[in-house]
Design a protein around this ligand. Structure first.
Ligand code: KIV
Ligand code: NA
Length: 268
């Protein structure tokens, strides 16, 4: 049996070999990614990537639990972290704890992630003190899309840089074992990485972080548009289009199924 990586293993990787992370939403994909990744995030990006929602605001706790369960069935060695969705952790420490505990009990995951805005540090501390490993997420915070009016890179203005650095410090002081840093300029990503003792996991945040994460479907090339910070390591979209077109042709021309793909009645 393989031992699954846990929060202290990830925390100990500060400044070492970069931590390899990807998102996962389903069991078969989790099984494939597990071999290569240290950490799999069941991101609330599942709402946009899988369910066709315009942003992550509509994602529910039940959706996160279903996908968390699926990923846990596929992953063996990687640490699995489940995003707490919008509205499930901001209101009070008690509500955050109850929802996070439910996610951990019902999925078997090892930690939760929260978007660590200024109001949330207290809730992180409350959860960590009661046995829930928490990952923070600062910089571009997708759940704040409605107050921001869109998804915009962060930390271009001085006051914003200071605020994001403060949010990262607050998340670490509250006990976060790692911090996702999203959509910030390289200088700020390096500043945060130096300022906190928890490893930083970058997305659109330069190679100056202690690890990297991408939305798996983005890096596999499932969508025809991807943000600037995504490198496409595959062309899944093209592969699927080719395969489906070939299948459709074969069906219409009665080339599928062929002799090797049908059942025969027993002789006699
Ligand atoms: O929901 C998500 O996929 C995320 C990461 C990309 C960090 O939060
Ligand atoms: Na997320």
């Amino acid at each position: 049996t393989v031992r699954r990586l846990a929060a202290p293993d990830i925390a100990a990787r500060k400044g070492g070999v970069p931590i390899v992370c990807l998102t996962a939403y389903t069991a078969p994909m989790a099984e494939l990614l597990d071999e290569h990744c240290d950490l799999l995030l069941v991101g609330d990006s599942v709402g946009m990537v899988v369910h066709g929602l315009p942003n992550t605001v509509g994602v529910t706790l039940d959706m996160m639990i279903l996908h968390g369960q699926a990923v846990m069935r596929g992953a063996r060695r990687a640490m699995v972290v489940v995003d707490l969705p919008f509205g499930s952790y901001e209101g009070s420490p008690e509500v955050a704890y109850a929802n996070a505990a439910r996610v951990m009990k019902e999925t078997g995951c090892s930690a939760v992630k929260v978007e660590a805005g200024p109001a949330v540090a207290e809730n992180i501390e409350y959860m960590v003190k009661r046995g829930i490993p928490v990952m923070g997420h600062v910089g571009l915070r997708p759940q704040a899309v409605m107050v921001e009016g869109g998804f915009k890179a962060k930390g271009k203005a001085d006051h914003e840089r200071r605020r994001i650095l403060e949010e990262a410090r607050a998340a670490e002081e509250a006990g976060a074992f790692a911090i996702v840093v999203e959509g910030v300029a390289e200088g700020l990503a390096r500043e945060i990485t130096e300022a906190v003792s928890a490893p930083t996991i970058g997305i659109g945040a330069s190679a100056g972080c202690d690890g990297q994460i991408l939305v798996t479907d983005d890096m596999l090339g499932l969508f025809d548009w991807t943000p600037k910070f995504v490198r496409r390591y595959g062309d899944i979209r093209g592969e699927i289009a080719k395969a489906v077109a070939a299948y459709a042709d074969d069906v219409r021309e009665r080339r599928f199924p062929g002799p090797a793909e049908i059942y025969f009645a027993k002789a006699g």
